[in-house]
Design a protein around this ligand. Structure first.
Ligand code: ADP
Ligand code: MG
Length: 341
């Protein structure tokens, strides 16, 4: 079981070009070793600087490809060996979570999720071919589920919003695992197939939140990629089946909602978000410290993900905006996420 927590600072947006940059990233040091530090001034005393250490830091020049190659690509092999991988984008609304996970339409702008799928399909094809070359047979199946957790309720994003019930989908325990009852799963054969599904599902998410007069930054969006490998012998009988999942989560914004003008409904949302993000950070801490007891049962999201329950790999990407207007929120997300101070 392993966890990496890394920080990524986004570039200035066009409307921020005249703004004060306060976040600094130190990825190299004099002795050539990477200290992986993010620095930010104290909000009370500008002369004082706070430093936060991570397992990796990425500055504004980091491309989508670089981030993927450094933090996700190395785990694809493990996924095919049967390990689960879980990738989170954590941070305040407007810091680049969706950009990191989903990214833009242009090839170079593609985020972690389409790149992950592309690598999974490529590796699956290679496995099938290699096996053929050795006179064996293996089938590789890729199936997607995509759901959101809003106000502690689970909604299927592969289904149209009209199908939603007020209570969302229930959870059930079976074989020591938590299942979302009724969650749909769609088989996917290639990247184009995936993109079609993914675009339609993201549209479902927007439509559903507009209906509720909510915002999609108030829910966690969880994509689960299930990879099933079926190994067969010369007679085509099944020898073994290996199943593993890669989950990519675009988390709800971690901003402190007490400071913004919020009505009652927003406060109910905030309570649900705060609790789930708190439990998540407790789980990540516990995994990082190598503790046996991970409090994953204490929130719906960590329960469904069985966070830290199998021999998997977790990567948490903390997204940060570089400018002063995010000062307090940046400080609090650094405090929550960093490995050492
Ligand atoms: P969040 O999902 O955390 O609310 P977004 O991903 O929507 O934030 O990012 C906010 C804005 O910043 C968007 O316009 C997005 O395109 C831009 N952005 C975020 N990260 C980057 C990046 N690494 N490079 C270029 N633009 C970025
Ligand atoms: Mg977003």
């Amino acid at each position: 079981m392993s966890v990496r927590v890394v920080a990524r600072v986004r570039p200035l947006l066009p409307k921020e070009l005249d703004k004060d940059v306060i976040v600094r990233v130190d990825s190299t040091s004099d002795d050539g070793r990477a200290p992986n530090i993010v620095k930010i001034p104290s909000p009370k005393n500008e002369a004082e600087e706070f430093s936060f250490q991570f397992n990796g830091v990425y500055d504004q020049a980091t491309t989508q490809e670089e981030l993927f190659n450094a933090e996700v690509a190395p785990h694809i092999k493990a996924l095919f060996q049967g390990l689960d991988i879980t990738l989170f984008a954590y941070g305040v609304t407007g810091t680049g979570k969706t950009h990191t996970m989903r990214g833009g339409m242009k090839l170079a702008d593609r985020g972690v999720i389409p790149r992950l799928l592309s690598h999974v399909f490529r590796r699956g094809k290679k496995m099938i071919k290699d096996a053929e070359g050795e006179g064996r047979r293996v089938d590789v199946d890729v199936a997607l589920s995509y759901y959101e957790i809003y106000n502690d309720k689970v909604y299927d994003l592969l289904e149209p919003p009209e199908k939603r019930t007020p209570t969302g989908l229930p959870l059930r325990e079976k074989d020591n695992k938590t299942h979302v009852v009724g969650l749909s799963e769609q088989r996917c054969v290639d990247l184009r197939d995936f993109e079609k599904l993914y675009i339609a599902a993201n549209q479902n998410r927007v439509t559903a939140s507009t209906k509720l007069n909510a915002h999609s930054s108030r829910s966690h969006a969880i994509l689960r990629v299930k990879v099933t490998q079926t190994f067969r012998d010369e007679t085509d009988s099944v020898v073994s089946v290996k199943e593993s999942t890669a989950s990519a989560i675009d988390l709800a914004g971690s901003e402190d909602n007490r400071r913004t003008d919020n009505g009652r409904e927003r406060l109910v949302e905030s309570a649900a978000i705060n609790k789930s993000l708190f439990v998540l950070s407790q789980c990540v801490d516990a995994i990082a410290r190598g503790e046996k007891r991970i409090p994953y049962r204490e929130s719906k999201m960590t329960r469904i993900l069985s966070l830290g329950q199998n021999n998997g790999i977790t990567v948490m990407i903390l997204n940060l905006a570089p400018v002063r207007s995010y000062h307090l929120d940046t400080l609090s997300s650094l405090t929550v996420s960093s490995r050492a101070k």
